[in-house]
Unconditional design. Sequence first.
Length: 360
Amino acid sequence: MTGTTASLESQARISGRARPLALARWLFMVAALVVAIVAVGGITRLTESGLSITEWKPVTGALPPLNEAQWQAEFAAYKQIPQYTKMNGPAGMTLEEYKFIYFWEWVHRLIARVIGLAFALPLAWFWLRGAIPQGFKPRLVGLLALGGMQGVVGWWMVTSGLDAGADVRVAHYRLATHLLVALATLFGLVWTALDMRALARGGQPARITRFGALVVGVLFVQLFFGALVAGMRAGYVAGAGWFEWGAWPLMQDRLFPAGIDWARGALHAAINDPYLTHFIHRWWAWVAVAVLVVLARRVRSEHRPASIAVHSAFGVQILLGIATVWSGVALWLAVLHQLTGALLVAATAWGVHALGRQRG
């Protein structure tokens, strides 16, 4: 495609009242909120707060308990689930301790509601004003649907820890689904925002290349196993306290961990055995690093900021991952690791988008 033809197509997309730059800024703002909720989700998980609210009330649940009677009712409902009965035992939990875990789950759900409104209301406004460029309405509706599905998946995850016969935590594969839907939404938001910004500058939307698709696939495999590690609390199986070298690069002083349950086959063990899942997550990371290095090198001449972002994100993420297991999964390090994972998704979207533009 010649530059003149591309410019004409771009003008056709943004003719009339279309405002791609305004839409790009809006989508970047929503993406920032998704990064925030991923971080708060990490705190919720690490403080065992996710099951503290036992009902899903999309509208009325926006308000926390407002008086003592309401607090006691919420606390009484929490006392009925296995997490409370199995983890607290005869010692129980004080109301103040319950309020702490309730706070983090309430904040997590509140941000989810804010994200829904921050996406749906501006989308309706841009739509009615005719400000959406040609061809982008289906994609934006798809992102809205993905966000709505995230709420459903979140409640599906929570229900796995509420039944009488449930574990003290939610099902790890449901937690992995919940996190991956959020990160896929983040990727789509950043990609679409970059497309809008390109249109505003007279360019064309990017197309994902074969290598770009490979990078995304490798990264999401790593994110999937990371989510499984989080769901199974498999970060603790390395066997370390503060800065004990046996936790990395070894696991319990071995390169390949002992104690893996192979009874139901390798695939089942890979996604259900905490030792093997943790092992795959820590070493697949280097496959992800390899493809990300190649991506960053391919775009550095024409899109140097994207190259720097990719290098910085995966470099910090690797260091945080190692520090997390060395620390015995210190809360603040684990939360930073999850937060940087979201930033790595955004940086990768930027890099793959840049590659698609220079090859388009």
